[in-house]
Design a protein around this ligand. Structure first.
Ligand SMILES: [Fe+2]
Ligand SMILES: [Fe+2]
Length: 167
């Protein structure tokens, strides 16, 4: 069975652990807001005009995600984090887009896990909210891959694994 080793801990999840993981998601959303705010303004050159416009839209969507994730953390009785994950910068347009794409890949991987974890805890409304965020993250990933002239990376991990509640 292609079950990944790491999934066991993450599958047997408590509400406290879910809140911790959501705080990491929130830190990634802050990181995304900052990088899209900056990159959308500094990307220059005719070839990057379209993607610069798209990055401005991403920035606003990432803010909506941060608000939605904070609400879930508060609902779980925890304090939302205030520190972004580190933002990488570059003078090279391609490199900036590559950083964004890598971050989106990581974000998508995490939210896919989060949907399963929410469902394992019976938090179906939360799972639904994260699914809606995931749809937008996948759009971001496509926009970035397209701007880089690449195929959309396959970041799907082990899917459809059974989930158990921590006992
Ligand atoms: Fe986001
Ligand atoms: Fe995103």
């Amino acid at each position: 069975m292609p079950e990944s080793k790491s999934s066991k801990n993450e599958v047997e999840i408590s509400r406290d652990r879910l809140a911790e993981l959501l705080n990491e998601d929130l830190a990634r959303e802050y990181q995304a807001i900052i990088s899209y705010v900056v990159y959308s303004q500094v990307l220059s050159g005719a070839e990057y005009m379209d993607i610069a416009d798209q990055l401005q839209i991403h920035a606003k969507q990432e803010l909506d995600h941060a608000l939605a994730i904070s609400r879930q953390i508060d609902y779980l009785g925890k304090m939302p984090a205030v520190t972004p994950k580190a933002v990488r910068t570059s003078k090279e347009a391609k490199e900036m887009l590559r950083f964004d794409l890598e971050n989106e890949n990581e974000t998508i991987r995490n939210y896919r896990d989060r949907v399963r974890q929410c469902e394992a805890l019976g938090e179906y409304a939360m799972a639904e909210q994260i699914r809606q965020i995931l749809v937008q993250e996948q759009d971001h990933q496509i926009d970035l891959a397209t701007a880089l002239g690449e195929d959309v990376p396959d970041v799907s991990g082990p899917q459809g694994q059974g989930l158990r509640k921590a006992s």
